[in-house]
Design a protein around this ligand. Structure first.
Ligand code: TEU
Length: 581
């Protein structure tokens, strides 16, 4: 009946290794809850609503950046790594948050942004005033330009947000001078991680937050800190973080090692070998403390390379973006799960699973398209609009499927409510630097960052007493926390049930068995199912009901109702069921 178990020793340990099976909830501080009525979320707003997250059943909260920042990239441009931006509160507010979270059994994870600072950071301001070749300049990546008068950028690299990665400065004496490197916006100069002073400074930043009670870090652009020696021209520029527009575009005759080497040569600022030394240095600092964790944001392909970031002595977890990018397709889904468990398992790490975050189109919307828009591009009012009902249903099915898998899961605030992307946001509201750097050609990520609807019948639904920084659609009336809490069929209830059952029956339940009747090539092409311990999870990816042999009592169905027919269970279209033996 069942295929061999994907046996792994690497997941589902408890206590100090809580992160092996954790569910981590991403808070986007601007948009979670506004405590002071200025229209932007803040730390006191979160502290006031922590109970709802404990009730949801998550283990930890990862906060997108709340540090002092001019907010040119929504806080991913940090001017002071050891302070809180006044928009979000104070260090005392952070301490209260950690203390209250502790009483509720929630850990707090901080977002560390080591690849670049804000141009308002004291080090960068000092670098601008100092001379070429000075120690101040050596903390960043300054170079002379090419051309007779240095008027051309030092190489051909293009920014992830569009345009060149180089900006020329005016020297202190008023003449046009050197250029500095910024993989992202001009306001985000890249640090020089070959410089020991930069490394030492970050040691102290890590300790600062760990000493204050942070459970660890999500590390931004973890694969970008080291640039290839000599900063050679890039072979093919790409606006995706992996430097690969199509992860499938692998030359089949290549071995994995050859592929990785080729990608490192083709993309001189992504996934260079030297990054691993930094990973180990970060890890050694975390290991000075008990049960802390770091998760890397490393958009690298293939999965085996991503797994190399979680080798012993490096990260605990890395985001599984290969999973996030998987289209609505049974074979591809099954393959990515198997490959993930194998690749991460091979280095003794848990896999993670993620479907949404603040940089991608929310999965309730993404799954309403057959042709998924490119990561980071966003959707505007003039674009083809998604099939919302289809997206909602598929998203719930996908989430229920994900939450049963072994390893760590990530939830992006609002996905538990089934929130869609804002796909008709007017340009006047946009703040994403991508939008400005491409003169509006790319809409960017604001549509995934709309504030949460909490309660009441009219926008802004209890998020703020003021005007929210992005408009909340009146059509979200049904999607408020208040409303979903009293609706047994809501998305929120499904997440709550799944997390409760996960804790009770799945943590410690080991690997998965793919059920034979749903393997590739079976007649029931669109059913994908696995069992773990006493739980069987069956996903129907098709548009019609499908019969299956799942045993046990139905404990979750993501949409519709499951009926019994001829001794079998009928799974509704685009729906996932959990059955407890
Ligand atoms: O993300 C990396 C990143 O820039 C991509 O996800 C990007 O949004 C996408 O490829 C655009 O196509 C991190 C943060 O999560 C993101 O919010 C920041 O903007 C970025 O780093 C720079 O700090």
């Amino acid at each position: 009946m069942s295929m061999p178990t994907t046996e792994l020793l690497s997941h589902d340990r408890k206590d100090a290794e809580w992160w092996r099976s954790s569910v981590i909830y991403q808070i986007y501080p601007r948009s979670f809850a506004d405590g002071n009525g200025d229209g932007m979320g803040d730390l006191p707003g979160v502290t006031g609503r922590l109970k709802s997250l404990a009730d949801l059943g998550v283990d930890a909260l990862w906060f997108s950046p709340f540090f002092t920042s001019p907010q040119k990239d929504a806080g991913y441009d940090v001017a002071d790594y050891k302070n809180i931006d006044s928009r979000f509160g104070t260090l005392a507010d952070f301490d209260s948050l950690v203390a209250k979270a502790k009483t509720l059994g929630l850990r707090i994870i901080v977002d560390l942004v080591p690849n670049h600072s804000s141009d308002q950071h004291v080090w960068f301001q000092a670098a601008l005033k100092a001379a070429p070749g000075s120690k101040e300049r050596a903390r960043y990546i300054f170079r002379d330009g090419k051309g007779a008068n240095g008027e051309l950028p030092p190489n051909n690299w293009e920014s992830v947000f569009g345009g060149s990665t180089w900006t020329r400065i005016t020297e202190a004496d008023g003449t046009l001078g050197q250029w500095y490197l910024h993989i992202f916006d001009t306001s985000q100069p890249d640090f020089n991680w070959q410089n020991e002073e930069v490394r030492a400074e970050f040691d102290s930043v890590l300790r600062f937050w760990l000493d204050r009670g942070a459970a660890g870090f999500r590390i931004d652009v973890a694969h970008g800190m080291i640039k290839a020696d000599g900063l050679p021209d890039i072979i093919q520029n790409s606006t995706t973080m992996s430097g690969q527009d199509s992860p499938d575009a692998v030359k089949t005759e290549e071995t994995q090692e050859e592929l990785i080497r080729r990608l490192q040569i083709e993309n001189p600022f992504w996934g260079q070998e030297g990054v691993h030394e930094i990973n180990r240095r970060f890890r050694s600092i975390l290991d000075e403390y008990d049960d802390r964790v770091m998760c890397g944001e490393a958009w690298v392909h293939p999965l085996s390379r991503m797994a190399s970031y979680v080798k012993p002595g490096e990260y605990h977890q890395t985001f599984n973006f290969g999973y996030l990018e998987t289209p609505w397709n049974k074979e591809k889904l099954q393959d990515v799960v198997t490959e993930s468990l194998n690749a991460f398992g091979a280095v003794g790490a848990p896999s993670t699973w993620v479907l949404s975050n603040h940089d991608v189109i929310r999965h309730a919307t993404r799954m309403g398209y057959d042709q998924v828009p490119k990561q980071g591009d966003g959707i505007g009012p003039k674009y083809a609009q998604p099939d919302e009902a289809k997206g909602q249903r598929r998203a719930r099915a996908a989430s229920a499927f994900m939450l049963g898998l072994p390893g760590g899961a990530y939830i992006y605030q609002g996905e538990e409510l089934g929130l869609p992307e804002h796909t008709t946001l007017e340009d006047k509201y946009r703040e994403d630097p991508t939008f400005f750097r491409t003169q509006g050609a790319i809409k960017g990520r604001d549509g995934a960052r709309v504030p949460l609807p909490w309660s009441g019948k009219t926008t802004p639904f209890g998020f703020s007493t003021g005007k929210p920084w992005l408009p909340i659609s009146q059509s979200w009336e049904e999607l408020t926390v208040e409303n979903e809490l009293v609706d047994p069929k809501s998305s929120l209830q499904m997440y709550r049930n799944a997390l409760e059952l996960r804790k009770e029956f799945l943590v410690g339940a080991g690997g998965i068995n793919w059920l034979e009747s749903t393997q590739h090539g079976s007649k029931r092409d669109e059913l994908l199912s696995y069992s773990r311990g006493t739980m069987t999870v069956v996903m129907n990816l098709s548009d019609s009901p499908q019969k299956c042999e799942a045993v046990g009592k139905l404990v979750i169905v993501s949409s519709g109702t499951v009926e019994a027919r001829d001794g079998k269970k009928v799974i509704p279209p685009r729906s996932t069921g959990w059955f407890l033996a």
